[in-house]
Design a protein around this ligand. Structure first.
Ligand code: IVH
Length: 675
């Protein structure tokens, strides 16, 4: 049956009604109708769309939970870089900022600042095309992020279609807005409670919970998490820019009128003293807010002034974040235990009587090494002050030994590995103790395999710590090659597995065999071989076999590899066990693609040096890009240097390059060349 013109009109009406009521509820927090009435409208629209699929629009409010993307997360390049913020920790830092801004603008009068809350969430970039949500990305490295469109669509506060505001300011054809996705503190606690009850992963803080929920392949999982969004800026818009006001505050208000959620505490103030008052005010209401903030952000309000001020490295000169001081709490050390790392290093950890600090329950703190234990003289049973700052691992800052138990004894370093019981050794000249039983220590094995399966290595989803622990305990795996010999029947005997989940996991292990050479090298967990070194190795050796035959001299020649890393690589490949392990792994039929050498005539075979800072990319990214283009990137300018890439504040390398007559490229020239 074809829809009548009445049906068409009804679908339009219902869509508009749902959009407006959803906006009133999720963005303005001023619902006008009862939830039951809203549900009724929604059901009506669903029914009509089911009956007449041709009337179903992509941006219909019924389309929030779609299907999983076909393959992982695609990459999205932001229209303009997503910058970070400089931090201020005191009134003096803020006054210095204001003075610097005024000096640059040769301005003596007080400036208008847009004051905003600094949400502790996950930065996202949303792209609207002709008013409809087109795609969404995470921040990534600031230039390129991950495509999370399918997940962002599930957030009720994200408009799938912008509302035409009443102020006649047209919505640009293309618009890029930036914001922060977060979870309210109380919702975070209930997620963790449910997760704990069902034996699932617990998130350390609301920020991790938001990030984890957003980075899900299955949008149904994201939809089940109470994620919210506040927009705090805009990336770019097309030529209809003239419709956009000339200042930050009014832009945010305009966005709000289009249905985008903007934080209600946003304000414009004049002069730095009022900025300081804003901070004091927010500090006062912080505890009453439903979500966590880690400070406030001040932005020079007018865009023309922002443009004049520009940016340094990856932070604008026109904005600053004033951070709250780290929060502290008092608790008791239940015991001091020792963790064994992937490469055998032993880290002392204080197991604490759980204490709530800034909304997060803290039950342990890293003591880093024995120098730190001695410096603090921390002992079992001591009362301690614990500091928690944002994402950082909690620290013990002070031991209150006034009530120390009389017979408490000094914490001594362990003599034996807490996992395998073997004697511990100390690296030459180092403080850290190390367990040398690389092959047979269960803790090292667990950490090694955790690294092997991790996201940036073999990226095997569904192999969490608890499962790996069981696989090792039941001796179902003895090394990471063992993962590829697992069968459904092995997994079904483990806690929490059914046939379907076992077969899914086997498939994802199988799927990991098709990967890049650099991920495989990184996954091996060779000492001193991080992701960049793994990439450099992959660029220089076309397969694992030739890497295994490398010699020290050749390795040192490679960019980024020094004598220490070269020695560890040689040591690793001279070890019979490693060779056996790799041979076994390769026998499973891995397809390891070498990095694409996207060589460029200007860079191929050239020795290039980078100096200064860049606004469109990080130095690491630039380095990778240059290596990809066939260059050898070295750290100092010499007669061998062919080219210097010079960013802001270049320093002595630029002087030396001009003395030696070496060609210099600026950031803009480089971008033009690459484009
Ligand atoms: S503006 C122009 N405003 O903080 C600079 N960022 O440290 C770009 N953040 O990655 C950021 N609340 O995710 C801005 N009101 C706010 C913010 C905010 C939280 C996050 C943002 C950014 C990080 C920078």
């Amino acid at each position: 049956m074809k829809p009548s013109s009445e049906d068409k009109l009804r679908v339009k009406e219902l869509t508009a009604l749902i959009q407006i009521h959803s906006y009133r509820y999720h963005v303005l927090d001023e619902p006008e109708i009862k939830d039951s009435e809203y549900d009724r409208l929604f059901q009506k629209l669903l029914l009509l769309e089911e009956k007449f699929p041709e009337l179903l629009a992509i941006s219909s409010p019924t389309q929030r939970v779609g299907s999983k993307p076909a393959s992982g997360f695609k990459k999205i390049t932001h229209g303009s870089p997503m910058l970070s913020l400089e931090n201020a920790f005191s009134v003096k830092d803020l006054k210095d900022f204001d003075r610097r801004v005024k000096e640059r603008l040769t301005n003596t009068e007080s400036l208008d600042y847009c004051c905003e809350l600094k949400l502790d969430g996950v930065a996202v970039n949303l792209f609207y095309k002709k008013g409809k949500l087109d795609k969404a990305a995470t921040r990534g490295d600031g230039s390129v992020g991950e495509d999370i469109t399918h997940n962002i669509k599930t957030l009720p506060s994200v408009p799938l279609e912008l509302l035409k505001g009443s102020n006649n300011k047209g919505i640009p054809n293309s618009l890029e807005v930036r914001g922060e996705v977060f979870i309210e503190s109380s919702k975070f606690e209930s997620i963790n409670k449910t997760s704990k009850e069902s034996g699932k992963k617990i998130f350390a803080n609301p920020r991790n919970a938001a990030a984890g929920s957003l980075r899900q392949l299955d949008p149904k999982i994201t939809a089940s998490r109470p994620l919210k969004l506040f927009i705090h800026g805009y990336g770019s818009a097309d030529s209809t820019d003239k419709n956009i006001p000339d200042n930050q505050y009014e832009v945010l208000q305009l966005f709000q009128s289009w249905g985008l959620p903007v934080n209600p505490e946003t304000k414009v103030v004049r002069g730095i003293d009022e900025c300081i008052n804003y901070f004091l005010n927010i500090e006062g209401i912080r505890k009453k807010l439903a979500y966590e903030i880690d400070g406030v952000v001040y932005k020079v309000n007018r865009f023309n002034l922002q443009k004049k001020l520009g940016q340094v490295a990856r932070a604008p000169r026109w904005a600053i974040a004033r951070k709250f001081p780290a929060e502290t709490g008092k608790t008791v050390v239940n015991s001091i235990s020792f963790q064994v790392g992937r490469l055998g290093s032993i880290t002392p950890v204080a197991d604490l009587k759980p204490v709530k600090i800034g909304g997060v329950t803290i039950s342990n703190a890293s003591l880093h090494n024995f120098d730190e234990v001695n410096r603090l003289d921390v002992r079992k049973g001591d009362s301690v002050i614990v500091k928690r700052a944002g994402d950082v691992i909690p620290q013990i800052t002070k031991v209150d030994n006034r009530n120390r138990i009389k017979r408490s004894s000094k914490t001594k370093p362990p003599k034996e590995c807490p996992s395998c019981g073997s004697k511990l050794a100390r690296d030459e000249g180092a403080i850290a103790l190390r367990c040398l039983e690389t092959q047979s220590c269960p803790a090292q094995l667990l950490e090694m395999i955790k690294h092997f399966v991790s996201r940036n290595a073999m990226n095997i989803e569904g192999l969490g710590e608890k499962i790996l622990q069981q696989l090792i305990e039941k001796e179902l795996i003895k090394d990471f090659a063992g993962l590829y010999e697992l069968q459904e029947r092995d997994l079904i005997q483990l806690e929490g597995f059914a046939f379907k989940s076992a077969s899914n996991l086997i498939n994802s292990i199988e799927g990991s065999k098709d990967t890049s050479l650099q991920r495989f090298i990184y996954a091996l967990g060779i000492r001193e071989v991080g992701e960049t070194t793994a990439l450099n190795l992959a660029l220089n050796y076309s397969d694992v076999e030739s890497l295994m035959e490398s010699n020290r001299e050749d390795l040192i020649e490679i960019n980024d590899i020094g004598p220490v890393a070269a020695d560890f690589i040689i040591e690793y490949f001279s070890n019979e066990n490693s060779v056996d392990l790799i041979t076994k792994l390769l026998s499973f039929g891995f397809k390891l693609s070498p990095p694409k050498k996207d060589t460029h005539p200007i860079f191929s075979g050239k020795t290039v040096v980078i100096t200064g800072s860049f606004s469109s990319f990080s130095r690491n990214r630039l380095k990778e890009e240059l290596i990809n283009k066939g260059a050898k990137v070295t750290s100092s300018v010499s007669m061998k240097t062919n080219l210097l890439i010079s960013g802001e504040k270049p320093g002595s390398k630029l002087t030396k390059a001009s003395e030696l007559g070496i060609s210099v490229l600026t950031e803009q020239e480089l971008i033009d060349l690459l484009n």
